[in-house]
Design a protein around this ligand. Structure first.
Ligand code: C2E
Ligand code: SIN
Ligand code: SIN
Ligand code: FE
Length: 415
């Protein structure tokens, strides 16, 4: 990439070119995480600095947050700073003023917290407010350490303020999209709980496990992060049709009679009806999952007896995730199986109940799965996500918002 650096004196024409370039690269990206990454990269290059950190306001929590962009494997970890604190970025966010520290470590307004976790030493620091079109402060752009070692000057303040102004509306739009996305996922999740909470002791753990397994399976099958994420987000709805089942069947503490099992099977058809004609991508996938998640590779499943690749791929994925987790969990009609036994069962059903390709993918991801379940069995009451590996895979997706929704719900569920 060719950049002329803004801390050299720029002509009006050069400035204009730089701003147009910045506008082009940042426009059209509505995923907030991606947008913030792009902006931070652009600013790092344009101002030729060691680091650029973008903080956004979280009004609900009265905090500023940012994602760590580099350092010690902490990529995508969230940093949070209280809005009413006395450090530089909090002051900028509160007052809307610019703070320029020529010697950060000697200034009481500088907090070393972020440096300490990222193994970075801030020498010079400049922080400017990020505002929307009506002048409301949305967050802070912070840069550190000019490459030439000199302190930030008025000219840098001007450029960074200008970049913040240019980025303001894209960031605001991306935030709105994210809010809508989070609201949609939260609705899906709460709807899924409605369907599952009657017959399951640990609904949240079940839904979370299934979505993690589905995601990892999709990735192991070579699907991209976007499609894998849709699968992850749709998966909690696969049993939505259970809302239509009467308690005496769903909650029967023993084996179902053949007649009762016939009724039980209808949860797939009900699920299909509930989600029939959905418009959003995620609900379209949920439709296929709910209708076909009990079909079997050999054609002996229900409701339609579809065989092999007649069964939509999404359904073939969820069925492996669903059965594995159902086996590992306690149900009113069965004890929890040992993880290893559930694993052996999945392998033994390859080409019978399950698509062999998906069983092969399951084999591949099993080390992560085992860690996830090992953690759960130790902490039965607090099913927070465990294995770093699984967690990393989960977090490598774009919808950290969804993960956050899961996480906060799981947190809220702790006794
Ligand atoms: P679920 O409990 O979520 O189980 C989902 C699927 O996991 C089952 O689909 C089955 O394929 C697998 N699975 C669960 N437990 C076992 C098990 O102990 N052994 C084996 N080999 N597989 C198991 P399936 O069989 O089509 O059942 C669908 C749903 O029907 C179950 O969802 C559960 O809600 C209900 N159900 C099935 N059998 C019984 C039963 O004997 N009693 C009661 N009360 N409900 C049952
Ligand atoms: C600050 O004091 O500027 C906030 C946190 C940091 O970047 O160290
Ligand atoms: C797909 O690959 O997304 C669908 C085709 C299939 O059902 O195998
Ligand atoms: Fe089901």
């Amino acid at each position: 990439m060719q950049y002329f650096h803004a801390n050299n004196k720029l002509t009006a024409e050069q400035k204009l070119k730089l701003l147009v370039e910045f506008g082009t690269r940042t426009s059209g990206e509505i995923r907030l995480d991606k947008l913030l990454d792009i902006i931070a990269q652009q600013i790092t290059a344009i101002l030729d600095v060691g680091r650029c950190t973008i903080y956004l306001k979280d009004v609900e929590k009265n905090e500023l947050w940012s994602k760590i962009a580099q350092g010690r494997g902490l990529e995508h970890t969230e940093i949070r700073v209280p809005l009413d604190g006395n450090n530089a970025v909090s002051i900028v966010a509160r007052t809307g003023e610019v703070i320029n520290l020529p010697n950060a470590y000697e200034d009481p307004r500088f907090s070393m917290d972020v440096d300490m976790v990222t193994d970075f030493r801030t020498h010079t620091m400049l922080a400017v407010p990020l505002k929307n079109n009506s002048g409301k402060v949305l967050g802070v752009f912070q840069v550190a350490n000019k490459a030439d070692g000199t302190p930030f000057e008025k000219n840098d303040e001007g450029i960074l303020t200008l970049l913040a102004t240019l980025a303001g509306s894209s960031i605001e739009i991306a935030k709105l999209y994210q809010d809508v996305h989070v609201a949609q996922l939260e609705t899906i999740y709460r709807l899924a709980i409605t369907a599952e909470y009657r017959d399951q002791q640990d609904t949240r753990a079940h839904l979370k496990n299934i979505s993690i397994i589905s995601y990892l399976l999709a990735r192991a099958l070579g699907m991209g992060t976007k499609d894998s994420e849709l699968i992850k987000n749709a998966s909690p709805l696969h049993d939505i049709g259970k809302v239509a089942l009467a308690d005496h069947i769903l909650l029967k503490p023993g084996k179902l009679t053949p007649e009762e099992f016939e009724i039980m099977k209808s949860h797939t058809v009900y699920g299909g009806r509930i989600l029939e004609g959905a418009h959003s991508k995620v609900l379209k996938i949920a439709h296929k999952m709910s209708l076909y998640h009990h079909e079997k590779w050999n054609g002996k499943g229900y409701p339609n007896g579809l065989k092999g690749e007649e069964i939509p791929l999404e359904a073939r994925i969820i069925t492996v995730a669903d059965v594995f987790d159902a086996l590992c969990q306690f149900r009113v009609y069965k004890q929890a199986w040992k993880t290893e036994d559930a694993y052996e069962y999945i392998l033994s059903e390859s080409g019978i109940s399950f698509d062999p390709r998906i069983v092969a993918a399951f084999k591949k991801i099993y080390p992560s799965i085992r860690k996830l379940y090992a953690h759960i069995s130790v902490n039965k009451k607090t099913p927070v996500s465990g294995a770093a590996e699984t967690q990393a895979a989960f977090e490598s997706t774009d919808s950290s918002a969804h993960d956050a929704t899961f996480r906060s719900m799981i947190e809220n569920d702790k006794e």
